[in-house]
Design a protein around this ligand. Structure first.
Ligand code: NI
Length: 155
């Protein structure tokens, strides 16, 4: 297997908030990330595809295709937006870095050649990122994704 990664970036605002909780509980759990008017991040997204290089092209996947899908299906919809309000595919989802990784995976999975997608990594700062590799998750009623097998490093 060869693993090929494309890295892209975007800027957006978000607020971490669970509407089923009291203000006090939101404040206690999410702290300043729950401030009512949100705050911004410069996000970095790394999408990794895996496969055997094609004998004729030497490619695992055409990176031009991956770049175009990322631009059209994700970046054009999230860049310079407020993730809680402006993005159809995040409606009702608490926009944590974990949930962004899952949501981006779900979009890319349907747009790339079958079986190629290996990992989606989303950084919201230099030190914090979540990586999702497609294990089953469940979207619960309050819009908070749960039960994901998420890899996350918070040094
Ligand atoms: Ni934040």
């Amino acid at each position: 297997m060869v693993y090929v990664t494309r890295r892209v970036s975007f800027s957006a605002a978000h607020r971490l908030y669970n509407p089923q909780w009291s203000e006090e509980r939101n404040q206690a759990v999410f702290d300043k990330c729950a401030n009512p008017h949100g705050h911004g991040h410069n996000y970095v997204v790394e999408v990794t595809v895996a496969g055997i290089p094609d004998p004729e092209t030497g490619y695992v996947v055409d990176l031009k295709l991956l770049a175009r899908v990322l631009e059209e299906e994700i970046l054009s919809k999230v860049d310079h937006k407020h993730l809680n309000y402006d993005v159809d595919f995040l409606r009702g989802v608490n926009p944590t870095v974990e949930n962004l990784a899952i949501a981006f995976w779900q979009i890319l999975e349907g747009k790339l050649p079958a079986g190629k997608l290996y990992a989606v990594r989303v950084y919201e700062s230099e030190n914090n990122y979540a990586e999702y590799r497609g294990e089953p998750v469940e979207l619960t009623g309050n819009g908070v994704m749960r039960h994901g097998q998420l890899r996350e490093e918070r040094p």
